[in-house]
Design a protein around this ligand. Sequence first.
Ligand code: ADP
Ligand code: MG
Length: 695
Amino acid sequence: MSTASKLPELFGCMVFNEETMKDRLSSASYKAWKQCITDGTSLDLSTANEIAEAMKQWAVEKGATHFTHWFQPMTGVTAEKHDSFIAPTGTGRVMMEFSGKELVRGEPDASSFPSGGLRATFEARGYTAWDPTSFAFIKEGSLCIPTVFCSYSGHALDKKTPLLRSMDEVSRQSVRILRLFGDNETKRVICHVGPEQEYFLVDKKLYNQRKDLRMTGRTLFGAKPPRGQELDDHYYGAIKPRIAAYMKELDETLWSLGVLSKTKHNEAAPAQHEMAPIYTDVNTACDHNQLTMEVMKKVADKHGLVCLLHEKPFAGVNGSGKHDNWSLGTDTGRNLFKPGSTPRQNARFLLFLAAFIKGVDDYQDFLRATVAFAGNDRRLGALEAPPAVISVYLGDELNAVVDSIINDTELHATGKRNLEIGVDVLPAIPQDTTDRNRTSPMAFTGNKFEFRMLGSSQSIAGPNIALNTIMAEELKQFADELEQSEDFNGDLHKLIRRVFTEHQRIIFSGNNYDEAWLAEAERRGLPNLASTADALPMFTTKKNVDLFVRHGIYTEEELSARAEIHIENYTKVISIEANTMVDMIRHEILPAVSGFSSELCGRAERKTIMGASCRYETHTAVQISELTDALLEACEKLEDDLVDVPSEPTTAMAYSHDVLLADMEAARTIADKLESVTAREYWPFPVYADLLFSV
Ligand code: ADP
Ligand code: MG
């Protein structure tokens, strides 16, 4: 049978999803679970026991022997510790056991996960607790149970806990607003996210010969190949058979895990591709994106390929991002970022839009910080990805609406004098599927915002926690104000007009890649937090701490723990890169070019004896000798500077950025020149042309 005809059966076959639960649980337990996820009620132990038993039976039928609490520590990747189901019977045999207690709570020995000082201050151990809103699934013979990860004093040690908190909070504040518009049905507002995932595939044999790729995920050296992406022939190009086979298996594996993998295509750079799923609630989207990244790597391995998720594996061609498509919708199925067809729906849409614009303006520094890490620094502002300056793109139609509200002027599309919110219908605002402004970091695309600054390797939790919380804050302010109003339509109009007017500076329709925009942004007073070292301190400014504490998303300690982890991570990544560079220069590049140059000298000598010209040999040998000296010097400087990394984390981060990166840049420039004059057979590792065009 073909995959196509099997697809409905294949989809979610490894997931203990709602349908399976309905099938396998008593109706009382199924109802208790359902109530637990819709109303947040807790499950009693006997229900948990029944669910655990059903889960185990199902998992064992599917060949699982182990279970694991699957969680997302602050490293940004997932963690798992596998326990088998076996329990001794006392007669020398075993039976398969899994209790409600084991389902609901686990105690991984978690002392090696970064805690940013949280556990040191409070409790040595952490525990994991089942997230019943995300389905359990089977991966490589283990039943994986999505869990949160907390310290005993209740501090979040993971990325899921604050995400769930932010989902609740944005729902609560949104519902307050909806009530003002007479919506008494909506119980919950859901944050929807569809993350588009970019990645590179390279041949495993070549990858294994590149220490930099193995140690750091990116190339630290590499002269520009004769051909890059200038022909624009890869983007949406025909997919080669080897890649197609990879993508097919990727899709099938993801489908079996219930991931709604929808779109696949070649991206702009050679060897670069993209996968986009259909959007889901952000908790599921986050779990699924973590799974997707893992599956992408594992499937690549089976095909003799390596999947690179680094933001910038290769200099000179596009890097990889993760577009985070974000919107809010009601549990009754309405998208709150979709312009409606009645004056009331439009008024509601404009209010949510106003909240978003104000929120992005007020907290742009924090949003910037959520996408700040060493890998992404190589991409943002590199004229292929948005700059480090945040702005919002609305599109012509919506811009016209906003302008007419601000200026009280005629809206051409409607032919009316001006637009009265709550009374008038908006002109049609088309859903932008064409991506008219791909340069914007935050683009409205007709029924959602697309946050394009995320790096390909990062967890989507952080940026979405920020978006949800910011939105909750602005909606709260609006609700506080409007709930007191005696003239709802009049005050609503005034509020929206005031907000659009005060936050116009964040709206930008032009080319974000243009140098001129940076100057314009500065005039507008928009911060340009160019690097991670500039952005991370924003995690702990008073304004930002107050926001998250006020909404119960992070405590002050949780937030500073996160900042500390990110700051230390930056320094560690740069140190690893610098050390890898030194290693490759000393053990691979210098010996190789020295060998080549002595070969050249030998040849020159022999030619001279023959009385023949040896211009190439002598000229190149001299060039190599000069470059070799320069590279050795650059390497020594890097080694010396590595010794001097300060111990205080923030100073170390700044030092890594200012000193080590500059040293590395200098060394690379020289090494790349050496590559371009060295005979291929002497160069110690595969070059860009091999890596980018080998598959
Ligand atoms: P493009 O490359 O044009 O941005 P894609 O199809 O690659 O389009 O990705 C669009 C993503 O946005 C998909 O993941 C899609 O499911 C998601 N999406 C669509 N509507 C919404 C919505 N209302 N809220 C959040 N995400 C959405
Ligand atoms: Mg997109």
